[in-house]
Design a protein around this ligand. Structure first.
Ligand code: HEM
Ligand SMILES: Cc1cc2nc3c(=O)[nH]c(=O)nc-3n(C[C@H](O)[C@H](O)[C@H](O)COP(=O)(O)O)c2cc1C
Length: 524
């Protein structure tokens, strides 16, 4: 590094022509990088000539800067610290003690008492009228159980299984979600640590996570599993997967995949598979997220003396970058974080080009899963395209409202193309709030079940909260299994559930046509 840079000099580089920002006491030249910044240029311009430490750290990990920006863009240390924009300080609030939360719904309600409004809107929102979001969970309650009695279930239930060949301690996995820092300063790192402590729960890490995927994998590897607890996964291996959004600028995706898979999935710090998300080629219209402004005002506190793992996230820490991104666009649609984040995602993926391209980029040992399948016809297509797995998902109802509840898609596959279950691993997510929901999905052929929002509500309490949410679901699953007369996942089968109340909603043909409406506009 060179000579210390005075404040006055930093301040003079505050335009697109010359754009400097200080982060953690070091001045960087972002002039060339700014037009390609995946979060948009406006957010960088907002901090041009100033200290951007807080805004940067709110969404990115320190290593991102070093891994993407050439060393030549590191201009030198600031001559002395700059006053940062005022931060909102946590103040006491009524955050319920973790020990009082005994269901996933308790965590959801608790989150509403302490998470900043914008964070809550981002997490809990779903597309337009939220029908799909609701039906994802109500479809589970419409399916009833068929308990079997007088069976000895004294043996401990075994939840261990494999996901894409990786040993895991439970069929419940952490679905990929973006921007973990909006909930907890250590975001996805805390989720990774919780999964590790639970003996190897699978975690799918979002391309839009607040931390780099490599950092999350490392956090899992570095974290000890509790003494005495059996570690299903090898000590030096963790069941972490990458959720992939293909970048509009394809070389970015190619570089990401190269960095995370070279050496193959058997290398401990590499990802064990790629989940390509296909249900969000354009951002969904999430009105709650659009309506709640990104406000830099102080937020209620997230710490309490009784909470061993206090959350220190504040609205200002999280949403300032978003507000600066959105304000200049004078956007009449609203202020959605989801829409802002989707700006780098390619809308031009196809069966013909994208899958062969991705397969050519991945070592043969790294499985490819398609996340966001919503019809039997597409499940067959994914199977024929050589996918190793599919996730029946509608993005938690966040993409297209009135798309089918995912457990109904599971039934559609059983009805129209049961051979898919023999050839690819079928996963499902959306609306899972109870262990009984997991049980039903597994009985209907799912190999594993993903949880999105529930884990994020747990994350409000850090790793202990994430652990608690997953433990609650595991416990409820075991209780359901034993009430239905089984103690092992291998004993589950469709006869343990009654789907009559929803069967009329399940399509009965692979045809792309409507069963009787046959008109075409061109023929009228
Ligand atoms: C003051 C500095 C910065 C601010 C306030 C900022 C803010 C943001 C925001 C708000 C997003 C969209 C939300 C998201 O998808 O996570 C974003 C995305 C992104 N930014 Fe930045 N950013 C800054 C600097 C940088 C730098 C220096 C790099 C790389 C060297 C970078 C790389 C990225 C990438 C790769 C994304 C895509 C999503 C992700 O991986 O998180 N940003 N940024
Ligand atoms: C806040 C939030 C962010 C999400 N981000 C992503 C993402 O980056 N990539 C992705 O494939 N799915 C994303 N999802 C969808 C989840 O992976 C998953 O499909 C969904 O949350 C499951 O529904 P549930 O929240 O009802 O459990 C996100 C969901 C939420 C709630």
């Amino acid at each position: 590094m060179t000579q210390p840079i005075p404040h006055s000099e930093l301040a003079s580089h505050n335009t697109v022509a010359s754009l400097w920002i200080a982060i953690d006491g070091v001045v960087y030249d972002f002039t060339e990088f700014a037009p390609t910044h995946p979060g948009g240029m406006a957010v960088l311009l907002e901090h041009a000539g100033r200290d951007g430490t807080e805004a940067y750290n709110a969404v990115h990990s320190p290593s991102l800067l070093k891994s993407i920006l050439p060393a030549s863009k590191q201009l030198g240390p600031l001559s002395s610290p700059l006053p940062r924009s005022p931060t909102s300080q946590p103040s006491p609030t009524r955050k319920p003690p973790l020990s009082t939360l005994i269901s996933v719904n308790d965590f959801r309600l608790a989150a509403h008492s302490f998470l900043p409004p914008k964070t809550l809107a981002f997490i809990s929102s779903a597309a337009t009228d939220c029908h799909t979001h609701r039906r994802n969970s109500t479809a589970y309650s419409d399916i009833t159980l068929r308990p079997r009695v007088l069976i000895d279930v004294s043996a401990p239930a075994d939840l261990a299984t494999t996901i894409l060949g990786q040993p895991v301690s439970s069929p419940i996995f952490v679905a990929p979600t973006s921007l973990g820092k909006t909930v907890h300063p250590d975001g996805e790192l805390e989720i990774a640590r919780a999964c590790r402590e639970l003996g190897g729960v699978a975690q799918v890490i979002s391309t839009s996570a607040s931390f780099s995927v490599a950092d999350v994998v490392q956090a899992a590897l570095d974290h000890p599993s509790p003494a005495g607890q059996s570690q299903t996964a090898d000590a030096g291996n963790v069941p972490v997967f990458l959720q992939l959004y293909v970048d509009k600028h394809a070389p970015n995706t190619e570089a990401l995949l190269r960095s995370l898979t070279s050496g193959g999935s058997s290398t401990p710090n590499k990802i064990k598979g790629v989940f390509l998300t296909v249900d969000a080629p354009v951002p969904g219209k999430r009105e709650a997220d659009e309506r709640v402004p990104s406000s830099p005002t102080p937020t209620p506190a997230t710490t309490t003396p009784s909470d061993p793992s206090p959350t220190t996230t504040t609205t200002a820490a999280v949403t300032t970058p978003m507000a600066t991104q959105l304000t200049p666009s004078a956007d009449t649609k609203g202020s959605a974080l989801g829409r802002l984040m989707a700006s780098y995602i390619s809308p031009s993926l196809t069966w013909q080009t994208t899958l062969p391209w991705l397969r050519s980029l991945l070592p043969p040992t790294v499985p490819l899963v398609i996340k966001g399948i919503q019809t039997a016809a597409d499940a067959v297509r994914a199977m024929e395209a050589g996918a190793d797995g599919i996730v029946l998902s509608n993005h938690g109802g966040r993409s297209l409202d009135t798309s089918p509840a995912t457990v109904l898609v599971l039934l559609e596959l059983q009805r129209c193309c049961p051979e898919v279950f023999e050839r690819v691993e079928v996963y499902v997510d959306g609306g899972v709030g109870r262990g009984a929901d997991v049980f039903k999905a597994l009985c209907l052929g799912a190999r594993g079940v993903g949880v999105g929002r529930g884990v994020l509500y747990g994350l409000g309490y850090g790793r202990e909260g994430v652990k608690r949410v997953l433990e609650i679901l595991n416990d409820e699953l075991v209780t359901t299994m034993k009430m239905c007369g089984v103690t092992s996942l291998d004993e589950l089968h469709p006869g343990l559930v009654n789907t009559r109340a929803v069967d009329h909603l399940v399509p009965d043909s692979l045809s792309e046509e409507h069963p009787y409406a046959k008109w075409r506009r061109s023929k009228l």
